[in-house]
Design a protein around this ligand. Structure first.
Ligand code: HC1
Length: 583
């Protein structure tokens, strides 16, 4: 241990503790703009000391030091709030502001911008340095995220998220001083890089240098069109995350309130992606059984996380045959809305407009993939729009709710609409890492053995450990499964698949984002590791309370097989619910 003095107070902390962390122990909050304790996972830190907002004075050291990456030493005497220090912090902020486009009222991060918050905390009231405003082009080439380099403060958090957390590594620091900029490799537009659209960069960006693309206006337009029948689906992870933006405890189950809000906004029908997650389990579970019985390519990889699919296409195209042919739940609900639901309700599929509320920026990219156009093909009618017309992230829905003047926390609960409104606990846990696997095992076990599963909770695949493993015995076969979340962890696993080390495994779940979809790139900001854990707890609590917890028991799933699809992996399923990826 090391004993030091901070602002006149003695404190003893473990060796290696930084000044920033030690200060917290004596009730001193040092502001930071670039530092992040955890980038998605506990073992990934970002402490490059670039912003110089966390500077402090250490007796005997001439210069100010950045507190986020300076470890304490025995006997150190530290001052954190002398007028000189406060003036230095302010000046550093003013330098940033002198180059910054100060268009806060119309900025997408207005209200959740860390630069704005730190300026308020430090009582910045003037900008003395006369910097030149940058005028770099905005990159809106991606369907998922928009990059505005004029708002970049070179904190480089996005580089850590992209390179260390996701191992995608398409961002670089380029140039020096005033000209320094973080940009996609070689200065290319994002769309021309290997970006997988996960949005983890947007989640950690302190300003609006990288944000989700805003598609809310398209939804307002559709709702205003009296000819359109506008339906909406809500992803599993949104059920426990929207509430925190409206002051409810993190992880609160706000399902009923979210449905009420969507009805008040004006959607004609509100459906649940949990319904199509149950449908996915039927198709993907039967696919796994089919592969095992018929010597298909194993291990099978889950296919619901679009960043993961893009990652494989970009970096491991040779492993594409391992990916399940199932579309994601989002992309299953879309074509079913424009076929089965349209028929049942007697609505022309041309008039149906499908909106998704997703925790994910990559879902925007997924919906825009050329092959996600099954309904138009089914009806042989090019006037039918894409299977999913617009994807909104959780943050965009939050903005729409605010825009509509809805007092979310006071809303009563409402129920989803029939046909595609019923979801089980198995579907709910899709939103957390390990959930798709657990849901699949609940169904596969009962289908294969014909017996009732006694213990539904597969604890081994739950939690924030980045790679998890379980095995289940089914009729004498030990089914071995693996789960990874974050693409950095996924890369470790699939290197082993490529090397032939995981031949005796049957099924691998990969979720692009740390914690699974609850930690998606479109989720409320900030999304910390602690918040990811609280949202996960909310997901499993909701599962525990559900009357039905296995996908094959969902009565609306049983109904669609009886009335329309006939059987899992059948002809119609192939036409509407499955796809293939070309290396
Ligand atoms: Fe997900 Fe999925 S769980 S991918 O994380 O399979 O986004 O929530 O909607 O499609 O169901 C996201 C969440 C989501 C799909 C489902």
């Amino acid at each position: 241990n090391v004993t030091i003095t901070i602002d006149g107070q003695k404190v003893t902390v473990p060796e290696g503790t930084t000044i920033l962390k030690a200060s917290e122990q004596v009730g001193v909050k040092i502001p930071t703009l670039c530092f992040l304790d955890h980038v998605g996972l506990r073992h990934i830190k970002h402490d490059i000391g670039a912003c110089r907002v966390c500077v402090v004075e250490v007796e005997g050291k001439g210069d100010f030091v950045s507190s986020c990456n300076t470890p304490v030493q025995e006997g150190m005497v530290i001052r954190t709030n002398t007028p000189k220090i406060l003036a230095a912090r302010k000046l550093n902020l003013e330098m940033m502001l002198s180059e910054h486009h100060l268009d806060c009222p119309t900025c997408p991060k207005n209200g959740i911008c860390e630069l704005q918050a730190v300026c308020a905390e430090l009582n910045v009231r003037q900008i003395r340095p006369q910097g030149e405003k940058k005028d770099l082009p905005i990159d809106d080439s991606s369907p998922s995220i928009v990059r505005n380099p004029n708002k970049c403060i070179i904190c480089q958090r996005c580089i850590t998220a992209c390179k260390v957390l996701q191992s995608v590594d398409i961002l670089e620091l380029y140039g020096n001083g005033y000209d320094a900029v973080v940009r996609p490799l070689g200065g290319k537009p994002i769309i021309e890089t290997q970006c997988v659209a996960c949005g983890q960069c947007a989640l950690v960006c302190p300003t609006a240098a990288i944000v989700e693309r805003d598609d809310t206006w398209k939804v307002w337009e559709a709702i205003a069109d009296p000819k359109k029948h506008v339906v909406v689906q809500t992803a599993p992870a949104t059920h426990v995350s929207i509430g925190e933006a409206f002051g409810l405890p993190v992880g609160t189950d706000i399902t009923g309130k979210m449905v009420s809000a969507l009805k008040r906004i004006g959607f004609d029908a509100v459906f649940d992606t949990n319904w199509s997650a149950d449908l996915t389990i039927m198709e993907e579970g039967y696919e796994l059984i089919h592969r095992i019985k018929n010597g298909g390519v194993l291990p099978q990889f889950t296919s619901c996380s679009p960043g993961w699919i893009k990652f494989l296409e970009e970096f491991y195209p040779d492993l594409i045959p391992h990916i399940s042919s199932c579309k994601s739940p989002q992309q299953m609900l879309g074509p079913i809305a424009k076929t089965y639901y349209a028929q049942k309700k007697g609505i022309s599929p041309e008039d149906i407009f499908v909106v998704s509320i997703m925790p994910c920026t990559a879902k925007k990219y997924e919906a825009a993939r050329p092959e996600m156009n099954a309904a138009a093909k089914f009806w042989k009618n090019p006037n039918i729009s894409r299977d999913v017309d617009v994807v909104l992230t959780s943050r965009e829905l939050i903005r729409m709710i605010r825009e509509a003047g809805i007092d979310f926390a006071k809303l009563p609960d409402s129920a989803y609409d029939p046909v595609m409104g019923e979801g089980t606990g198995a579907a709910q846990i899709f939103g957390a890492t390990g959930g798709v696997m657990e849901a699949a095992l609940r169904t596969a076990y009962e289908v294969v053995t014909g017996k009732t599963l006694q213990k539904l909770d597969f604890e081994d695949v739950r939690g924030m450990k980045d790679i998890k493993e379980a095995s289940v015995s089914m009729n004498g076969l030990t089914v071995k499964v693996l789960v990874a979340h974050s693409l950095g962890a996924a890369r470790q696993l699939i290197e082993k698949v490529r090397g032939g080390e995981l031949k005796d495994y049957h099924f691998i779940e990969v979720m692009t984002c740390p914690g699974g979809c609850i930690g998606g790139g479109g989720q409320p900001i900030p999304t910390t590791v602690e918040k990811r854990e609280m949202r996960i707890a909310g997901i499993y609590e909701r599962d525990r309370k559900m009357p039905l917890r296995k996908s094959h028991e969902n009565p609306e799933i049983q109904a669609i097989y009886k009335e329309f699809l006939k059987e899992p992996l059948g002809h119609l399923s192939h036409e509407l619910l499955h796809t293939h990826y070309t290396p």
